[in-house]
Design a protein around this ligand. Sequence first.
Ligand code: HEM
Length: 377
Amino acid sequence: PYPVYEKLRKDDPVFKVMFPQGEFGWIISRYEDAVQVLKDSRFSKDMIKRYGAEHQSIFSSNMLFSDPPDHRRLRGLVQKAFTPKLVADMRSHIQSIADTLLDHLPSQETMNLIDDFAFPLPIIVISEILGVPTEDRDKFRMWSNTVIDASTAKSPELFEQHEREFTEYLTAWFAKVRKDPGQDLISQLVIAEEAGEQLTEKELLGVVSLLIIAGHETTVNLIGNGILALLEHPEQRDLLIQQPELIHQAIEEMLRYNGPVEFSTSRWASEDIEFRGQRIAKGEMVIVALDSANRDEEQFKDPKVFDITREKSAHLAFGKGIHLCLGAPLARLEGEIAVSTLLNRFPNMRLQADVDTLEWRPGMIVRGVKEIPVQLK
Ligand code: HEM
């Protein structure tokens, strides 16, 4: 998509498009404009207000698709579980999950980086935080893939079926937790729900499914896209092996260079808005192309260059403003551990296929490769 984004930034930075559903919307491709839209409360995320309660799905009853004050209330309920301090305390545990996964690879010669490592690592972590069984991860993956690929899904029936199955699974799980709550995040949320006003059953479903989906669809691609960038730039990989302390900067550069969330930061205009000489009418959708903003030549020097020594880059991979990614500290830590551990164990790791033959996930929401076959030694 990058050449298209480059052209948009140059010629049509606030670009009017017709979406497949037959609605008009706008694509914001420049960094400065992206920041402005993400911080402007006239651009709403409340999808119930926009489309009506009858179009509400469990996947939209959450903080990501609400405005203040609901947003503040819902975010407040889970924020405590993701503070930088709590996340930092998980380091040694996440390290042991990474080590165990690599100890038990089907082969020590080759692997599929996504299925064998990048996918299971974050999902085991989020499952443990939530308290759901990690054995069910293939089901979670199927359900969350359906939601994320919904824009390209051929069958609305499949979407509905998976939404139903996901809801039934979680509802049964909540009933179990109510009888015997533990220390996990779902137990805390269930107790909050039972205590009354704080959140409804529907919001409970919404928040938990959001965390499961966020835990599945993003960090896996930070690890996948990040390792891919290193393998494509062996001099950067060698530099990181020689100077492991560059890992923090390297992760930020991976997020900037090939961020996992490409396009999903949609909002709608809650009133008519004049923006950069365009008139965005009330109700129209506005999509911020984060991966475009992150390669804006006005903001980043040589944006097409992958440079893990880049000084503080202020990329937008985690968004900006009140919806700034809640899981960012966790995603960064998982990314650091995953990349460092892989390089430590397999410094000679290389791609087993031509980069051009790798297949990218369909849809515009997440940016990630389906499979990355690598030679480990
Ligand atoms: C929100 C990216 C990992 C939970 C967001 C947003 C972005 C994003 C761009 C804002 C969307 C918008 O403004 O419309 C990413 C990336 C990740 C990542 C690139 C990995 C590299 C995670 C993880 C979790 C998580 C691991 C869960 C623990 C959330 C939640 C929100 C969010 C709950 C909604 C926050 C709100 O609306 O206030 N993420 N995310 N994310 N993310 Fe992440």
